[in-house]
Design a protein around this ligand. Structure first.
Ligand SMILES: NC(=O)c1ccc[n+]([C@@H]2O[C@H](COP(=O)([O-])OP(=O)(O)OC[C@H]3O[C@@H](n4cnc5c(N)ncnc54)[C@H](OP(=O)(O)O)[C@@H]3O)[C@@H](O)[C@H]2O)c1
Length: 321
């Protein structure tokens, strides 16, 4: 069989899928091999490009043969990894959602306020990512986490990555040095950064266990390192808001304890410090962009199975506890 008749055969069997080949064959009566090779190459490279650039497009069968269509969302989500990010309506969490969405994750964009979450998710959906707003309110952690875990169970049956990013720094002036810190400010900070995060995580553990391999990322801070707080050479040495620092140290203890408990599973649990990043949390005084702040979190969300667990990392290495 000549190459020309082989191609014509393919086009006859699957006319819709190979429309482009048919058109080019019709326009090229000459059947020399170079022409045929060009037709095939352009057809297949177009398919590859479409598949990698627009992950939502997929080949589907129909009675009239295979055709390129918008993938059925349910089918697609079974293939994509699912990540839940708390506090993702702005700041570092939003940028992490953007980057993981671009790399093909199905992103559950957590926000405590429905309209802020919807607006943020709409921006990322407009960029072509599969991003869905969900309610994740650490002040109502048991209710929101249990209800969300139920929805995820129904829709996906598992969760690949949980990023505990939502966090607070008391900007009222109540947080401060050990001698003067307001106990109320400390309690508010702990309520979000520690108690809320622990309580929010627990209902998702069965879903994370059900994933092929899973990640829990607790977004911590170098300010939560006891070692750096006590090290005169550290840039953090003189930064001493006790409420925030202690809440992140407590979060680090959660990381280590949970990693120990899950040591025989495929769930990796780590604390990640994004670095000093310009966001509302610090009145935009941070020295990094949110893109830089997202680097380590995005990297750990995508790590392979032999990655570490029970560690404290930043984008350029590790921090002491
Ligand atoms: N920026 C830095 O320099 C820096 C450095 C080290 C660590 N971190 C950590 O990075 C994480 C992200 O902070 P960011 O800088 O991106 O701050 P951000 O822009 O202020 O974002 C914080 C996010 O957390 C949410 N949030 C706060 N309290 C919550 C609660 N009780 N329940 C649910 N969501 C809540 C906020 O929601 P609303 O929009 O509704 O308020 C917002 O979405 C935090 O854990 C922070 O401690 C930041």
């Amino acid at each position: 069989m000549s190459a020309q008749s082989f191609l014509r055969g393919v086009v006859t069997i699957a006319p819709n899928a190979f429309e482009d080949v048919a058109e080019q064959l019709a326009a090229n009566d000459e059947s020399n091999e170079q022409t045929l090779e060009k037709i095939l190459l352009s057809s297949f490279s177009r398919r590859l490009a479409l598949q990698s650039v627009i992950p939502r497009l997929a080949f589907e069968s129909s009675s009239s043969g295979p055709r390129l269509t918008l993938a059925n969302q349910h089918k697609e989500t079974r293939m994509a990894k699912v990540v839940l990010i708390t506090g993702a309506n702005k700041g570092i969490g939003f940028e992490v959602a953007r980057q993981l969405g671009h790399s093909g994750f199905t992103v559950l964009l957590g926000a405590r306020d429905a309209s802020r979450g919807e607006a943020a998710a709409a921006k990322l959906s407009a960029e072509g990512s599969d991003v869905r707003p969900v309610i994740a309110d650490l002040d109502r952690a048991p209710e929101t986490a249990t209800s969300l875990a139920g929805q995820i169970q129904k829709e996906f049956g598992h969760l690949d990555v949980l990023i505990n990013n939502a966090g607070a720094f008391d900007l009222t002036g109540g947080d401060g040095p050990a001698s003067a810190v307001s106990i109320d400010a400390m309690k508010r900070t702990f309520a979000t950064n520690f108690f809320g995060t622990v309580e929010f995580t627990q209902p998702f553990l069965p879903l994370l266990r059900a994933a092929e391999s899973a990640r829990i990322i607790n977004v911590s801070s170098g300010l939560g390192s006891v070692g750096l707080n006590n090290d005169p050479a550290s840039p953090f040495y003189s930064v001493k808001p006790l409420g925030y620092n202690a809440s992140k140290a407590a979060l680090n203890m959660f990381t280590v304890n949970l990693a120990w408990e899950l040591r025989d599973t495929k769930i990796k649990v780590n604390s990640i410090c994004p670095g000093f990043t310009a966001t509302d949390l610090n009145n935009n005084t941070g020295t990094q962009t949110i893109e830089e702040g997202a680097i380590a979190i995005v990297r750990f969300a995508q790590q392979t199975d032999d990655s570490p667990t029970g560690g404290f990392f930043h984008k350029d290495g590790t921090y002491p506890w």
